[in-house]
Design a protein around this ligand. Sequence first.
Ligand SMILES: [Zn+2]
Length: 399
Amino acid sequence: MVFQKIKKTMLVVFATLGFLSPISQAYQDYSIGRIRAISNPYSTSIFIEVAKNTGYVARELIDPPRIMLNLYPAKLSPPFREIIINDEFVKRIRLARDSMNVVKAVVDLKTAEYNFNIFSQPVLSRVVIHISPPKKDIVAQLLTKEENSKDKFTYTELSSSELLPFSNKTIPEKKNGIYRIVIDPGHGGKDPGAIGPSGVKEKDVTLAIARRLAKLLRENLDVQVFLTRDTDKFISLDRRTEIANLLGGDLFVSIHANAAWDSKVKGIETFYNSQYVYGEGAEEVATRENAAFSSEVKVKNIIWDLIQNQYRSESRQLAEIVQNKLVATCSTLNRGVKSARFYVLRGINMPAILVEAGFISNPWEEQKLKTPTFQDKIALGIYKGLASYIKSFNRKVGG
Ligand SMILES: [Zn+2]
């Protein structure tokens, strides 16, 4: 197995986030900031606040099992710090000043059976260490299926117990930057979504747009694209989240069509998830889109909200870029970027947005939304936004 081979040879990851000259180092503050851990039964995430330019080298050590990171350039004051975590996977994390501008961090693990994933979030100035149970067989199985039928296969046939709320992004080897995009066509099956005055169903419009968007992305960008559904079937909101996270997506786009009591209301708006509602009508949109949510899993709310909150600034930035490109491409009314609490977005472990591609309740927009020409325009607008975001992101991380 790839995983075992990695363990034996000691995985070495190197990431550096910017060019550093000796002069700039002397005048900058590379202090390690707050260290936080989020524990749940499935995983542990450790967040280390670092300077914008701090990179890391990581390796696994056995007997006892632990993960070691050298953070560079970095400073630690006082010179030693220890945080007891004591959850399912992690005993504690220790940090010590190692040498000039190097800080050593050691994560002491409780088990030798684990997967881990380390990545930088330069925009948030932090390094994230994510530890989860080994799920190599399922991931390998998914990847094989993906190779065999890239366009048709969706991941919904796996039972829920096989899925985890987090992904393992170390399999397969990733390029530096964004390359996995998960598209989520809203509603489906027994849930038609909003229905227009002449009977056009939101679930059909969202799937048509999603397929067009997937095609554009696959043909024009060096990315992998996944759909949470590619047929007319019902998938719960939590399930969509699980699929996206298991696939280790880098961007998540949920596609919907809007509805309002007033049939004259029209235009396009794009949302990101937040506990703080912002924008006219945002609360109503969230209430309608959350209707498919099953109430028995409400206990997960707090931890799931924390997951998407980590990406709030990226998600907002993504929403703004996509909204601007959409409005320009479709020459339609710009209703702006808004925020509210969306169940389908709150647990997504990557930047995530929800696009409302026009009002199916408006007879004029309903007719447009069902035409291939307008569906192509919406897909092109979202595509342009994603392409622009990916380009700027890859420039930032030097990928
Ligand atoms: Zn919807």
